[in-house]
Write a protein that binds this ligand. Sequence first.
Ligand code: FEO
Length: 441
Amino acid sequence: MHTVRESSLCHFRAVTVNDAALQPVTAPGLQDKAVALSDRVHWIGALDPTLRSFDIILKTANGTSYNAYVVRGSEGVAVIDTVKEGFSDVFFQRLESVTDYSEIKYIVLNHLEPDHSGALPELMRRAPQARLFISQRAQTMLKALLKHDAFEFTPVMTGDSISLGDRTLSFLHTPYLHWPDTQCTWLVEERVLFSGDVFGCHYCDARLFNDSVGDFRFSFEYYYAHIMRPFREFVVQALELIEPLDLHCIAPAHGPILRDRPKQYPAHYRRLSSPMLHSETGHEKTLLIFYISAYGSTARMAEAVYAAVSEVEGVRASMYDLEGGEVAPFVDLIEEADAILIGTPTINGDAVKPVWDLLSSLAVIPTRGKLAAVFGSYGWSGEAVRMVEERLRGLKMRVPVEGLRIKLIPTSEELAACDKFGHAIARELTGMQEDRIVEMA
Ligand code: FEO
């Protein structure tokens, strides 16, 4: 097992000017002891201050923490989540500072990703009497992730609860935040929500609590944008369960423990997950055309398509030249749009880089079911339209109208085809498709 010790990371690094940001994690006094949230609840997680990227795609300028917790009741102890495997030693040291293994009655995993389940096999070995609780959707993942046949577990759903005597843990089914298996656990008597990745962020600070750590607002929003945003509809469903809770504290699986004004965090998630455009577009369907053009031919197609879709009642169309725009604001627009059209030339047998840059940025937003279509001018073979269509289908978008390809400069007949193409898409969007003749033979 690859073991990482916080203390070696924190105390023996050569401190330079560039390391100044790491200073808070060397705060004295944390050592390898558990940290109390209350008489009955302790943090037993691990700090990872030097991590600079998480899951490859996420930058972590402040490192991260793997938060785990212990709850003590009159009839036993529960452990909520574990840590990444390499940080097991400090996790067990903190655990041992507040309980004997023989006292552990329950282990709850809110989420099976390895940064939280890494120490589970060893914990189960040390506390074999403990019962493991996971979400219904975690069942098939458990064996696949941990490669372990011997674990017995109990799957739980919203409304299920377990008792530690004078403390009760109840479960909230909050799938796809951000894996299918994710759930939250509510400590009823102390009004603490162990929220897993929800309300978490990659921000390592040994002062642990949101009223003590540095300014982590950027990390909180960055984490939401990359981890939760693709599952916005599930965020909204989870908030329906969480907002009614009289929160005293939110204890997430990463980043600061949110004990000061905890209700502001679900409120912030509500804002982040709410559509912004509805008040501007009313009941109209929003359709966005993104194009780029080498010699003006794809641009002329875009203008013809734009004119066509704009004629259809109930469609609000907008058009953007990718050559003049940054990708990030376009991604925000696409998140709330009902349809997108992509106009791309074919150069060297491919769509051009700005188009791929845009498409590769769409993984952070929900795209399933959006209407999409592709058009473009080409010189020889015109592969780009088909390639982009495949990518859009890969994003689970609906591509019901075949892409329109025009060789070099569009003629008036071909511009008429663009008009027909635009009207066909607009009708799909508004649900006013032309009657189709079905060949019954
Ligand atoms: Fe923090 Fe999804 O694991």
